[in-house]
Write a protein that binds this ligand. Structure first.
Ligand code: SAM
Length: 462
C-alpha cells in the first residue's frame, strides 16, 4: 500500500520542518527500516551461536542502541526458531531510543506504564540484567496478554505484569519507582510508513484527544516517581501538541521536574520511522523532600528463610508448593540456577517467584490490581506433582539443567517440536529442549518418546 498522507498533516509538517520538509516527504518513498534487539543474557550465555546471528540476519548496528540491529527483511527473523527462544525482540529501530535514554540500572524499581506489546519493557529488563523490580503494565487486557507472553519468551525473571489504569497504579505506588517509562498512546504519525492503514485514523481532532490523554497519563506517572527519580516520555508521533506541549504542561504543573533531554529522531535524518523522547528528572531526594504521600507499604527488610503470608495463598500452602518445586529442582536443576531477590507466591495452583526489591514489594501490594504475572512463573502444583512452566524453561540456560534434548535450528526435529509433536528420545523425565543451545520449552521423556510440552497456544500450524 502506498501512503497517501492527509493534507492537514502535510501542512503541519511543512510548518514544523521548514527546509527539511521535502526530505521528510521523500522519506515515505524509501523502504522502511527493520530492527531487532538482542536479548543479551541469552546471547552472552551462548556467544558462539550469537556470533552467527550477524551473518544469518544481515545485522547492522543501530547507532543509538548498543543491542539494536537493522536486519535484512528477507531473512525473516520473526519466523526463526531463535525468536521462539527469545534470543531477540523485533523492534522498530527508532523506538529503541527511549529505553536507552531512560537508562534503567540493575537493582532499581522501574515501571513501564504503557508497556504492550513489550518492546521497551523487554529492553528495560535487559538493561537491568535481571536485578531489581520491573512492573510492566498495560491497560488493555488483550494487549496485556501479549505483553505477558513477550516477557515470558525473553526469559525475564524480575518482572511483574499488570493490567491497570495509570490512576489505579498511582494510588497503590505513590513515590515508589526510581524510573518510569511512559510510552504514551499517540496519533501514530511515525507509523504511517510501517502501517499505512494508520493514516485513516489520523485527524487534527485525534491529535488533540491524544494530547489531553497523554497529559492525564503523565499526571499519574509523576505521582509514582520517587524524589530524585527519572521519567522518560516517548511517542511515535511528530506533533508538537503530543510532544513538546505535553512536556511543557507537565513541567509547568510540576516544577520539581526538570527536562534533562529532549530528542527527536526523524525518518529523513535517521534510519527509522521516527520517535520523540523527553527525559524528566525529579529534583528532590527522599531526604530533602518531605512533601506528598509516603508509599502505603513502607520498605521492609527481606526475611530470610521465612515466607511472608501472601494475599493469594496462606504460608503453609506456599511452603508445601515450594517443597514440590525443590524436589523437581533437586532432580532437574544445577546449583548455577538460584532463585534470588524475591519470594515464592502461590496463586491458586500456580507457583511464582516474585521480585521483592529488597522488601519493597510484597504480594499484598498487588491485591485488587489485575496481575497477569506476579513474577517468574515456576510451575503448577498438580496433585503433589510439580509441572514446570514454559516461563521457567525460557529463563534457564543449558548449563542450569541436568537433562537437555538438543536440536539444531534448521533441523526437521525443531520444526516438529514447534508444531507440538513428540520426538524420539532415550531419556527419562523432564528435559529442557534447546535449539543451538537456547531453550525453547520442555519435554517429558519416557518409553523412547519425548512428550511435547511446548504450549498449545504457541504451536506453529502444520
Ligand atoms: N511501550 C510499548 C512497546 O514498546 O512495545 C508500546 C506502547 S503503545 C505506544 C501505547 C500503549 O498505551 C498501548 O498499548 C495502549 O493500549 C496503551 N494505552 C491506551 N490508552 C491508555 C491509557 N489511557 N492509559 C495508559 N495506557 C494506555
Amino acid at each position: 500500500m502506498t501512503v497517501t498522507l492527509p493534507e492537514p498533516f502535510l501542512a503541519r509538517m511543512r510548518q514544523m520542518l521548514g527546509g527539511g520538509y521535502e526530505a521528510f516527504v521523500a522519506s515515505y518513498d524509501q523502504p522502511r527500516a527493520y530492527g531487532l534487539r538482542l536479548n543479551t543474557w541469552k546471547t552472552d550465555s551462548n556467544p558462539a551461536a550469537a556470533e552467527r546471528l550477524h551473518g544469518l540476519f544481515g545485522l547492522e548496528p543501530v547507532p543509538w542502541c548498543k543491542t539494536g540491529y537493522y536486519y535484512d527483511e528477507e531473512t525473516k527473523p520473526g519466523r526463526h526458531p531463535y525468536h521462539a527462544a527469545g534470543v531477540y525482540y523485533i523492534q522498530e529501530p527508532s523506538a529503541m531510543s527511549a529505553a536507552e535514554l531512560l537508562s534503567p540500572q540493575p537493582g532499581e524499581r522501574v515501571l513501564d506504564l504503557a508497556a504492550a506489546p513489550g518492546g521497551k519493557a523487554t529492553q528495560i529488563a535487559d538493561r537491568m540484567q535481571g536485578q531489581g523490580l520491573l512492573v510492566a503494565n498495560e491497560i488493555h487486557p488483550a494487549r496485556a496478554e501479549i505483553l505477558s507472553e513477550n516477557i515470558e519468551r525473553m526469559g525475564i525473571r524480575h518482572a511483574i505484569v499488570t493490567s491497570a489504569s495509570p490512576g489505579e497504579l498511582a494510588e497503590r505506588f505513590p513515590r515508589y519507582f526510581d524510573r518510569i517509562m511512559v510510552d504514551a498512546p499517540c496519533s501514530g504519525e511515525g507509523m504511517f510508513r510501517k502501517e499505512p492503514e494508520t493514516v485513516l485514523e489520523w485527524s487534527e481532532q485525534a491529535v488533540e484527544t491524544c494530547a489531553v490523554r497523554q497529559l492525564a497519563i503523565m499526571q499519574e506517572a509523576v505521582k509514582m516517581l520517587k524524589p530524585g527519580g527519572t521519567i522518560a516520555y516517548s511517542t511515535c508521533t511528530f506533533s508538537v501538541e503530543e510532544n513538546e506541549r505535553v512536556i511543557g504542561q507537565i513541567t509547568h504543573l510540576h516544577p520539581e521536574l526538570s527536562v534533562e533531554r529532549m530528542e527527536r529522531l526523524w525518518p529523513h535524518t535517521h534510519r527509522g520511522e521516527g520517535h520523540f523522547v523527553a527525559v524528566l528528572k525529579h529534583r528532590g531526594t527522599y531526604d530533602t523532600d518531605e512533601s506528598g504521600d509516603r508509599p502505603p507499604f513502607p520498605s521492609r527488610p527481606a526475611k530470610r528463610g521465612k515466607q511472608p503470608s501472601s494475599g493469594a495463598a496462606p504460608r503453609k500452602a506456599i511452603e508445601s508448593a515450594m517443597r514440590e518445586f525443590e524436589a523437581f529442582a533437586a532432580d532437574m536443576l544445577r546449583p548455577t540456577f538460584r532463585l534470588t531477590g524475591g519470594e515464592a507466591v502461590l496463586f491458586g495452583d500456580q507457583l511464582y517467584w516474585m521480585p521483592t526489591a529488597d522488601g519493597a514489594m510484597h504480594p499484598d501490594m498487588l491485591r485488587g490490581i489485575k496481575t497477569l504475572r506476579p513474577g517468574l512463573h515456576l510451575g503448577t502444583i498438580r496433585k503433589q506433582r510439580f509441572v514446570p512452566s514454559h516461563a521457567l524453561a525460557l529463563a534457564l540456560t543449558e548449563s542450569d539443567v541436568t537433562r537437555v534434548h538438543r536440536m539444531e535450528a534448521d533441523s526437521p526435529q525443531t520444526e516438529a517440536y514447534l508444531r507440538g509433536e513428540a520426538l524420539p528420545s532415550d531419556g527419562k523425565g523432564w528435559t529442557l529442549v534447546t535449539v543451538d543451545g537456547w531453550p525453547v520449552g520442555w519435554g517429558k521423556a519416557s518409553d523412547g518418546l519425548l512428550k511435547n510440552h511446548y504450549p498449545k497456544g504457541l504451536r506453529r500450524p502444520n
